[in-house]
Design a protein around this ligand. Structure first.
Ligand code: PBG
Length: 321
């Protein structure tokens, strides 16, 4: 055949393929989540072995994170599991105690790993919704107030980035103002800008004990069907002062990540969520595919879509844990 272009020339052998590789993922691009439980000596996987959802008490966290930091992890994302649930913000400091303790320990003992912390109300309240509830309705502005207070508490403990995952309107601007007003202008905001009302969060909700006790999250999380609405969401958060835009789940939103990459110069991150991880684990356990290869292919695809870093439960394994 007389072909002017032969694509296979660039795939001839491993060295050539490596030279022309456009995208790579390393541990430095990964932020590893942990669920901080109010106990002592706890370090276990929530649910089934292999769930990837690690519940760790503050006293057990440092050694774990030091290993990850030495291996070059991009960062650590902490979710609090409170000692008790309460539906109004006045007990927040006590509810946040395990989390704030964990943040302070990490900042002192593992300074090489930036610490991100979730900001939300779902695991702290009896109803399991991400905001303040009155008469069965999730109130927006009252929730924004409570979430801003939570962000300031976490900033006081030394967190590098707060990550509001609640999807209330106006919370990025309000949180920025609250943080700056309390003297924490150095603390960044990773906005869950495009977070879908997704079936893929189910394993997380049992690890964080945060499932809604009535209804669902569709009055605040986004419908997966809407591309223009996603653009409006991240544009608002960008205008309100977000430092980083987060998309979630990752694999079902690659087109939206790409849209954003082409229209915004903000850093982008994607959260490869618990259900995405579980799906691969279940398929691998059933002997249907190779977990490691499938996982790396997904992480590469998320990066190629335009994410600068990825929140993923696979960080531990990449660090050899
Ligand atoms: C809390 C929150 C959720 C996740 C991150 N923050 C669950 C939810 O919105 O119900 C999901 C992460 C995962 O599934 O790994 N608002």
């Amino acid at each position: 055949m007389n072909l002017p272009v032969r694509m296979r020339r660039l795939r001839e052998n491993a060295a050539v393929r490596k030279l022309f590789q456009e995208t790579s993922v390393s541990l430095g691009n990964i932020v590893q989540p942990y669920f901080i439980v109010p106990e002592k000596g706890a370090k276990r996987e929530a649910g089934k072995k292999g769930s990837g959802l690690w519940q760790v008490s503050p006293d057990m966290l440092l050694e774990e994170v030091q290993t990850l930091a030495r291996a070059g992890v991009g960062g650590i994302m902490l979710f609090g599991v409170p000692p008790f649930k309460h539906d109004t913000p006045e007990k927040l400091p006590e509810q946040l105690a395990p989390l704030t303790q964990a943040i302070a320990l990490l900042k002192k003992g593992a300074p090489a790993a930036p610490v991100f912390s979730d900001v939300c109300l779902c695991s702290y309240t009896t109803h399991g919704h991400c905001g303040i509830v009155k008469d069965g309705t999730i109130l927006n502005d009252e929730s924004v107030d409570a979430l801003s207070k939570q962000a300031v508490e976490l900033a006081r403990a030394g967190v590098d980035f707060v990550c509001p995952s609640d999807m209330m309107d106006g919370r990025i601007g309000a949180m920025r103002k609250a943080l700056d007003g309390a003297g924490f202008s150095r603390v960044g905001i990773v906005s869950y800008a495009v977070k879908m009302a997704s079936a893929f969060y189910a394993p997380f909700r049992s690890a964080a004990d945060s499932a809604p006790q009535f209804g669902d999250r569709t009055t605040y999380q986004m419908p997966a069907h809407n591309r223009r609405e996603a653009r409006r969401e991240w544009k608002l958060d960008e205008a309100e002062g977000a430092d980083v835009l987060l998309f979630k789940p990752a694999l079902t939103n690659l087109d939206l990540i790409r849209d954003c990459r082409e229209q915004s110069d903000l850093p982008i991150t994607a959260y490869q969520v618990s259900g995405e991880y579980a799906m691969l684990r279940a398929a691998a356990d059933a002997g249907l595919l190779d977990f490691e290869r499938a996982m790396m292919e997904q992480l590469v695809s998320i990066k190629r879509a335009g994410a600068d870093f990825i929140v993923s439960y696979h960080g531990r394994a990449m660090a050899g844990l």
